[in-house]
Ligand binder design. Structure first.
Ligand code: FES
Length: 319
């Protein structure tokens, strides 16, 4: 027998409920079909959302054993193989407010999506007769991001949102900002880039969990990095984030090729770094930081090759 422990919420209290299934009740079924089976045969009060049942609409995101999945695109048999167990915990997506059982409130995330203007504002030179065309190559550049079905799996896994969601948006929001800003027909990428910056573009912590769990293989982390480069190239260079990116570049290319934590902090935050003197003293005492690092160090072996590699990456990004 298999056991599904489902995290439930009745509007007032959170509790868990276990459902027992015979092997034939879930053999060959998806997680969504298994939830439907429970609803139809054991508990009509169980709430969850789904629509297309074929990994297109993005409505059925839930967590199994703490990891976000599309319920309609995940087989129970595969879960048994992955976890080597037939007991699973099914929970609502994390980093969303729970409305009922596995149903979460999407309105704040949709509001964030509205902020970055996901609909294209086309260049004025397109004629009414010709329409708003683009070449296959231009479309290919953004087609991966078009695959995003806004299921929320990336947001559920996002460590930044878990730590503090007040200065950050859901990772898929930045993916859509990148997609529309890089559409060859878009009039002004900054229409999408500016709200992405004010919505926390520079606050991504690079944990890569969004990329790990996206059911469509999209890396919002990469899109965030590319969007940062785009907004900097368009002149949005104020703030700690751009300063940190520039300091990284200076350390690697113009200086020794070593990331020098002391100079990196000074170049990024200037004198306000002094506010963290206490932490610096602790690091010094523990032998984790060398004060002489502020004067730099020997250039690393192979520095020329590193510079060439970075320049080649720059050139490739411009193509
Ligand atoms: S029900 Fe539409 S993506 Fe799963």
């Amino acid at each position: 027998m298999a056991t599904l422990i489902i995290d439930r919420f009745d509007g007032k209290k959170h509790y868990e409920q276990s459902y027992t299934l015979a092997p034939e009740d879930m053999a060959g079924k998806t997680v969504l079909n298994t939830l439907l089976f429970i609803k139809q045969t054991q508990d009509p009060t169980l709430n969850f959302t789904a629509s297309c049942r074929c990994a297109i609409c993005g409505a059925c995101g839930v967590r199994v054993n703490g990891h976000a999945i599309l319920a309609c695109d995940t087989k129970m048999d595969d879960l048994v193989k992955t976890y080597g167990s037939d007991t699973f915990r099914i929970s609502p997506l994390a980093n969303f407010k729970v409305i009922s059982d596995l149903v979460v409130d999407w309105e704040p995330a949709v509001e964030n999506l509205r902020k970055i203007h996901p609909g294209m504002v086309a260049k004025s030179e397109f004629s009414e007769k010709e329409g708003c065309r683009q070449t296959q190559a231009e479309f290919d550049r953004i087609k991966k991001q078009w695959d995003c079905i806004i299921c929320g799996c990336c947001a559920s896994e996002c460590n930044k949102l878990t730590a503090d969601n007040r200065d950050y948006m859901e990772p898929f929001v930045y993916t859509h900002a990148w997609r529309v800003a890089n559409d060859s027909r878009t009039k002004d990428p900054l229409v999408h880039g500016k709200p992405a910056v004010s919505g926390g573009l520079w606050n991504c912590v690079h944990c890569q969990e969004c990329a790990n769990r996206c059911p469509k293989g999209i890396s919002s982390a990469d899109d965030i990095a590319a969007m940062r480069a785009l907004v900097m190239s368009k002149g949005l260079t104020d703030g700690v984030g751009p300063a940190h990116a520039k300091a990284f570049y200076t350390d690697l290319v113009e200086d020794s090729g070593r990331l020098n934590e002391v100079r990196l902090a000074l170049r990024t935050e200037g004198v306000s770094t002094l506010a963290r003197t206490g932490m610096a003293i602790t690091l010094l005492r523990q032998g984790k930081m060398d004060p002489l690092e502020v004067f730099g160090g020997e250039t690393i072996e192979g520095h020329d090759a590193l510079v060439k590699m970075i320049e080649a990456a720059h050139a490739a990004a411009k193509e």
